[in-house]
Write a protein that binds this ligand. Structure first.
Ligand SMILES: [Fe+2]
Length: 478
């Protein structure tokens, strides 16, 4: 039984292939087209998944698309109508893509894949929830999903037990912690739907000076983590920007222009919304624990890439164990949709040992054979030295100690935004200068951007306030 999962047309298009319940391959379209957050139909990712499984589209039994386009369209129409005639500009901008592509996804899949079998459309947050629970190590767990928006839901919680999954409650658009975070991403001069992790990296340099203002004016946050945003200050329902003039007046300064100098107040804005987000996620997690009475928690949705708030959930919520889908954003929806079909729709068994997950280190993407690499190096006249496998660790350790920077390229590519050792740049974590050397010289990026330290699992608690694995760079610990 071959099931192909697809996510597309919002951000982070991806494909995933499940064969008899096993994850065979998963990859994001951007890795093939080299367009960051590519949202087009993931033809390259699909071709790769089929090739990895040695299949053609004729061998596929079911295709799963990660959300329900018609309900999403209904939400967009209803929102425009509620604000009309304000919003006409944004409406005119959004419509062509809907009318040409987004509403015809079933036909598009049939045409592009030459596939005439069954196509299933789970809900957006159901796909996120499935991507969080089914690959997790748990037989029984609570599930929390948080993102910008799917069809209507922007957050949901539920529970997973063996092959079953159910959603118990949702928060609906326009009230969204993901969109609140994106509004501040926009305001601090970063790109919405892509610069969020930069703002998270900037947050520790600031003070939470705007936190009280956010909680008193911009949102009404309840004890159980549910909330409403004060839509008087936001423009994303009808406008072309995230925030409006009232927001600017309230904050007391205009948004930072992209690429301009970062000021203390930008860092304070980042820290403030980061702390509010942590507060929301933590309150939600505590509420979900109370409602579900489970000791394990699974997380997904773009907000679950916020490894700082995940770390606080691990330390401060009553949950004993937590597992986060490494491709927590919409790319992971492709994997979740396919797994949902295998377990929930087809009713196949699932047993887990409560220890090992099914994500295979998230090394689910393409790999390159040595012959191919040799051929490339020779063709481009690149100098190289060949080492055998047992020479490599010592050589790399010597180079790190000598303050060199190393590019690791090995095995299969990671599924999800984090480089987990197979496509990573590494250096000496003991050096106080290494972070800025790497950022400025190697990656030509902002000097504040963080790196993840790597440490032997059995030594982790010597250095960090953590006593569990954190192999997917999704938990930050002091
Ligand atoms: Fe999402």
């Amino acid at each position: 039984m071959n099931i192909l999962g697809i996510s597309a047309y919002y951000h982070d298009s991806a494909a995933a292939l499940i064969q008899d319940g096993q994850i065979i391959a998963a990859a994001q379209e951007e890795r093939f087209t080299r367009k960051k957050h590519d949202f087009s139909f993931p033809q390259n990712a699909i071709n790769y998944c089929l090739k990895e499984a040695e299949l053609t589209s004729a061998d596929l039994n079911i295709v799963a698309f990660y959300d329900k386009p018609f309900i999403k369209f209904e939400r967009i129409l209803e929102t425009y109508l509620a604000y009309a005639p304000i919003g006409i500009k944004s409406f005119i901008k959004a419509m062509p893509l809907w009318i040409k592509q987004k509403l015809w996804i079933k036909d598009l899949i049939r045409k592009k894949l030459g596939f005439d079998g069954k196509i299933i459309f789970p809900e957006h947050h159901e796909s996120h929830a499935a991507s969080a629970f089914f690959p997790s190590p748990f037989n029984n767990a609570a599930i929390l999903t948080l993102d910008g928006v799917g069809e209507w839901a922007t957050a949901s919680y539920g529970e997973g037990k063996n092959n079953e999954l159910s959603i118990l409650a949702e928060i609906h658009f326009p009230h969204s912690v993901g969109l609140l975070y994106s509004a501040f991403t926009y305001y601090t001069g970063f790109k919405v739907n892509s610069g969020e992790y930069k703002m998270m990296g900037l947050a520790p340099y600031g003070e939470p000076k705007y936190k009280d203002l956010i909680l008193s004016e911009l949102m009404d946050l309840k004890e159980d983590g549910s909330f409403r945003l004060n839509m008087r200050y936001f423009d994303y329902c009808a406008g072309l920007t995230m925030t409006n003039r009232r927001f600017e007046k309230l904050i007391g300064h205009p948004p930072r222009k992209p690429h301009s100098h970062l000021r203390q107040r930008d860092m304070d804005m980042a820290r403030s919304v980061q702390e509010v987000t942590e507060e929301v996620v933590l309150r939600m997690a505590k509420h979900v624990y109370k409602e579900t009475n489970k000791k394990n928690l699974c997380l997904a949705g773009g907000v679950a890439l916020n490894c700082v708030s995940n770390g606080r959930v691990l330390r401060e919520s009553p949950f004993e164990n937590i597992w986060i889908q490494p491709a927590a954003g919409d790319a992971g929806g492709a994997l979740g949709a396919a797994l949902l079909v295998w377990y929930k729709y087809l009713g196949n068994n699932r047993t887990s040992n409560d220890r090992d997950d099914f994500q295979q280190g998230s090394y689910l993407g393409p790999k390159f054979e040595n012959e191919y690499i040799f051929e490339y190096l020779k063709r481009n006249n690149i100098f190289y030295t060949e080492l055998n496998d047992d020479e490599i660790p010592e050589r790399v350790a010597d180079l790190i100690a000598a303050q060199k920077i190393i590019g690791c390229f090995q095995g299969r590519m990671e599924f999800g935004p984090r480089a987990l050792g197979n496509r990573s740049i590494i250096g000496d974590a003991r050096s106080t200068k290494m972070q800025s050397i790497m950022n400025l010289k190697i990656k030509h990026r902002e000097s504040f951007r963080p790196f993840a330290p790597s440490v032997l699992e059995e030594k982790a608690s010597n250095y960090f306030d953590i006593d569990c694995q954190s192999t997917y760079i999704l938990l930050v610990s002091p």
